[in-house]
Design a protein around this ligand. Sequence first.
Ligand SMILES: [Zn+2]
Length: 194
Amino acid sequence: MSEPPRLVAITEHSHDVLIDLVYASANNFTGRVIYRHGRCFLHPQAESSLRRAVLAARGLGFRLKILDAFRPQAAQEALWAAAPNPDYIADPKKGSNHTRGVAVDLTLAGADGQALDMGTPVDTMTAASHHFHAGHAAAVQVNRMRLLTVMLEAGFVHHPREWWHYQLPGADQFPLMDSPDLPADAPEVTAPGG
Ligand SMILES: [Zn+2]
């Protein structure tokens, strides 16, 4: 058996991204702090694709703003307890592609760091979050297509019901990873509980 891959730490400095981990603060759909840390990780293959996405976004004049990446199993269980809705939250018994380290929730930001208008906040569990939902203004559709273009170009695939969620193709073939895999020396990028 080969060694499981080590998750790669993502920081604003190392990857030229903005990071605002929604589950490291209470500013998420549960209203509670889910992560005990504010650190951001991806599987090495997803990290490699993220680097391509950063360049593609830059080519359009935007930056990526990461809202969630690797998610420990305990966090997935907490999210499922808050909202056991399999259309939007993976049943922790099956495992989330975030816990495989190959999924990322993100948006685009302008040069001023302000996130673009995507029509709904992240984690809105309604049809308004679906790609090409007919109720949105043209400017919102264009912003979503900008993110879609950047992420497809980088090798990710989209989630039809979540404008913010992208993952590697064949994501469920990657093994679930858990907190013991976290590199202990990775820097904090979001203040926990902030
Ligand atoms: Zn996601």
